[in-house]
Ligand binder design. Structure first.
Ligand SMILES: Cc1cc2nc3c(=O)[nH]c(=O)nc-3n(C[C@H](O)[C@H](O)[C@H](O)COP(=O)(O)OP(=O)(O)OC[C@H]3O[C@@H](n4cnc5c(N)ncnc54)[C@H](O)[C@@H]3O)c2cc1C
Length: 479
């Protein structure tokens, strides 16, 4: 019998788990996939938004600003990769300038600091590569970039170190409600808990329906991206948005936390919640639109495309509440800025639990720190391919990932069994060669460490196949 069972190991579920692990509670997290952060917490822009985009007074506005302010401390404790970069919303015509003013007013009302509307000449002093067509921009100092899946991995590792149990490949299929507790069942297992937190992202409507709450419908809104080589990152220092549309924040150009240029996402309503494929027509649209902000983007440097599905609901606001089923907490439709807001959402859920009668007694032995996996390589780093010293033996040439880093990531409490899962933790296979050099070396190392035959090491999760990727890339490179 657990005190709290959290369904879903994305940024929302794992922030809640880590926050609750500060108290004397028994907690489990149930996740249907083989790793944490396999939902939309993996496929997103990785922007810690400033907090000017949402209407004052809404949950999104409040939680975004509060979450943004929590990142610096979290990064110091958990070392997942966060950097404040600032952001611009670019206006390309006089008609777009009133929108900048409106966003500025939203931001001021939401308590965002460090904003300024700049003319084109001032924008150019920060961002020399933006288009000559830019007329003005809203600057926001407090926006930043984060490595979103490393954030969730760090939260999960730290929550586990503080006693949280993570059950992977546990797809919740039914929930029985009794007077004092819930039975949460997969096809072959049952977990019992006094409180259930529904943090199942795009499937949160389906999980709510398991306890008879049929009130919500989530319609996925897919966003596709193109990731480019680090050589292109000179094109922007900060996050470059365009003026938002009805469907969202529009196509951005940004340098990721690890220094790749990234462009996207579009917004398209789709039916299949699991369809994270990309298509040529959309990638061409993204390229064209991103070049409106930064004309010099060189598509010959594109590495891969990917997509994520926003859990957009039919409700005007995020639903974060104890539902009409007592002790069953719903988090429905947490789309953007859900990544930014997730640390603040965890605090809100903690308060909801307390108000509902859960006793929260602080632990004296809570471990706040989690060590980084990726070690900073300074100029005197002497790594070589095939060194007998694991700290110097380079497995991934492009990203300079050592054998020691890969071994470390396998022994941190979350089972890591695929090349993809190692990549998310260490960046091995994430460089320009996209797996060509390090793939076989990684597979050999994993087979040795996990003591399994080579052919049992799976390559990838749900991404599109290498061949399809390559064909799309060839077409993009001609743009
Ligand atoms: C294209 C795009 C761009 C975005 N950009 C940004 C951004 O720049 N900044 C920002 O702040 N936000 C952004 N967001 C929003 C942000 O990514 C989400 O709000 C956030 O990741 C939601 O986290 P989550 O934990 O609720 O969902 P998820 O990460 O999807 O986690 C839910 C988990 O529940 C699991 N699950 C589902 N059903 C079951 C079941 N039956 N049993 C067990 N487990 C189950 C899933 O496998 C999944 O791991 C973006 C989103 C998208 C898609």
């Amino acid at each position: 019998m657990y005190d709290v069972c959290i369904i879903g190991a994305g940024t929302v579920g794992m922030n809640i788990a880590r926050e609750l692990s500060k108290y004397k509670l028994s907690i489990c997290v149930l996740e249907k996939e083989a790793d944490v952060s396999c939902g939309c917490s993996k496929g997103n822009s990785g922007i810690v938004h400033g907090g000017y985009a949402d209407k004052p007074g809404t949950l999104k506005a409040k939680l975004c600003v509060k979450g943004n302010r929590m990142y610096e401390k979290l990064e110091k404790e958990l070392h997942f990769g966060y950097r404040e970069t600032g952001s611009f919303v670019l206006a390309f015509s006089d008609e777009e300038i009133p929108t900048l003013q409106k966003l500025y007013e939203y931001g001021s009302a939401n308590g965002v600091q460090g904003m300024k509307i700049m003319d084109a000449a001032e924008v150019k002093t920060y961002e020399p590569h933006v288009s000559a067509e830019v007329k003005a921009a809203l600057y926001c100092r407090d926006a930043g970039v984060v490595s979103p899946y490393e954030f969730v991995i760090a939260l999960a590792e730290n929550a586990i170190a503080n006693g949280v149990e993570l059950l992977l490949k546990y797809q919740v299929e039914s929930i029985d409600v009794s007077e004092d507790y819930f039975n949460i069942r997969s096809s072959d297992k049952t977990v019992q808990a006094k409180y259930v937190i529904n943090a199942a992202g795009i499937y949160s409507d389906a999980i709510a329906a398991l306890v008879g709450i049929d009130d919500y419908k989530i319609r996925p809104r897919r966003g596709q991206y193109i990731l480019l080589d680090k050589q292109q990152s000179y094109l922007t220092n900060s996050v470059l948005f365009q003026v938002p549309t009805k469907l969202g924040k529009g196509i951005l150009v940004t340098t990721t936390y690890h220094g790749n240029l990234m462009i996207g996402p579009n917004a398209e309503e789709i039916d299949d919640k699991d369809d994270v494929g990309t298509d040529e027509e959309t990638l061409q649209y993204i390229t064209k639109t991103a070049r409106k902000s930064v004309p010099d983007i060189d598509m010959r440097k594109s590495l891969k495309s990917f997509a994520g599905n926003r859990p957009h609901s039919d409700q005007p606001e995020w639903i974060i509440e104890e539902s009409r089923i007592k002790k069953f907490i719903n988090l429905i439709g947490v789309d953007s800025p859900g990544l930014t807001s997730s640390p603040a959402i965890a605090l809100m859920v903690k308060d909801i639990l307390q108000e509902s009668g859960l006793e929260l007694l602080e632990k004296s032995d809570f471990i706040a720190r989690r060590d980084p996996i990726i070690k900073t390589k300074t100029a005197d780093f002497k790594g070589v391919i095939d060194s007998p010293d694991p700290n110097l033996n380079i497995i991934c040439r492009c990203e300079q990932v050592t054998e020691a880093e890969i071994i470390d990531c396998l022994h941190r409490g979350i089972p890591v069994k695929s090349i993809d899962a190692v990549g998310r933790r260490t960046r091995a296979s994430y460089g320009s060669c996209q797996n060509a050099f390090c793939g076989p070396r990684l597979r050999k190392l994993l087979a040795r460490e996990l003591n399994v035959p080579l052919e049992e090491i799976p390559e990838k999760g749900k991404e599109s196949s290498d061949l399809a990727q390559r064909a799309k890339r060839m077409k993009l490179m001609k743009m």
